[in-house]
Design a protein around this ligand. Structure first.
Ligand SMILES: NC(=O)CC(=O)C(=O)O
Length: 292
């Protein structure tokens, strides 16, 4: 076990592949139990899935949306914010709080938003899904988040003082390697993606996207899905997974509710970058358009 300049000390990461239903309060309470379970197993960074407090679908966003700003949000207006903050504090973990439908009260715009909290329950970062999930695969799946949601406009990098920097992005964001590349080049040891691929795109692309982002950027990548519910309108792929900097899948769930864990080690980032030194071999003079 070793550390490096990106990851100061080894850390156990947990992804909670949560089974959520239509009752928001029940979902929040269930998430709390699972976060505490992950902490008891030694996890210090815990990730929840996309839309963990609601069913996933455009028809559900307005009903489940809550305000996050203005600050400080009240427990009535922002129950998920408060629940996440208290579970992080109770479990004493860094918590990447999956995502929740957000209503920005002044603009009346809706967002798909991820909140990250410190072990003392303080909000560290807010990521609004940058790339909205608009796809149309005839006969298989049509989804248009942009009919209801607005996109976020920022790459989100979060400093976890004891460990180093992570990037947080949501689901469809993983299909845009530019975002991952910039975050990695700014020194993140891991890219965290709460996500909910489906039974059409999941088998083809979920693992591949996770491994591709890890291989390109030689850092850890985590994808955290909801458990599959065949009674829901959207059938999540599940298969939450953690990939190491060599693009090896360290752990992968099936589609049922479970928690997957892996130990992240800075030495693995060094070893990978030493063995395949693309970080020092880039030729930005040949492709200046992508230089940061
Ligand atoms: N749900 C998403 O945002 C993305 C997805 O399912 C896919 O890219 O496939």
């Amino acid at each position: 076990m070793s550390s490096n300049t990106l990851l100061k000390k080894p850390v156990k990461l947990a992804l909670i592949q949560l089974a959520s239903g239509s009752d928001k309060a029940a979902n929040l309470s269930h998430a709390r139990d699972k976060v505490l379970e992950a902490a008891s197993a030694g996890a210090k960074i815990v990730v929840l899935p996309e839309c963990f407090n609601s069913p996933y679908g455009c028809q559900f966003f307005p009903k489940y949306a809550e305000a996050i700003l203005p600050s400080p949000p009240s427990a009535e207006a922002s129950p998920s914010f408060h629940a996440l903050s208290s579970m992080a504090k109770e479990a004493k973990v860094y918590l990447v709080g999956g995502s929740i439908p957000e209503l920005e009260p002044e603009s009346k715009k809706y967002y798909n938003t991820s909140l990250t909290f410190s072990p003392s329950g303080d909000l560290l970062a807010t990521h609004r899904k940058v790339h909205l999930f608009d796809i149309d695969i005839p006969g298989k799946i049509t989804f248009k988040e942009s009919e209801v949601l607005s996109p976020g406009n920022q790459i989100t990098i979060v400093d976890l003082p004891e460990y180093g920097k992570i990037a947080v992005a949501i689901c469809y964001d993983i299909r845009f390697p530019e975002l991952a590349m910039i975050a990695a080049r700014k020194g993140c040891f891991a890219l965290m993606y709460p996500g909910a691929f489906n039974t059409t795109t999941g088998p083809l692309h979920w693992r591949l996207q996770g491994q591709a982002r890890a291989m390109d950027n030689q850092c850890y990548v985590a994808l955290c899905s909801p458990a599959r519910d065949m009674g829901a309108t959207y059938h999540a792929w599940g298969h939450s997974l953690i990939v190491d900097p060599m693009a090896e899948v360290l752990v992968e769930a099936d589609e049922s509710e479970q928690i997957v864990y892996a130990e992240l080690d800075g030495g693995k980032i060094d070893e990978t970058r030493k063995g395949i030194p693309i970080y020092t071999q880039r030729r930005f003079e040949v492709y200046p358009d992508v230089a940061a």
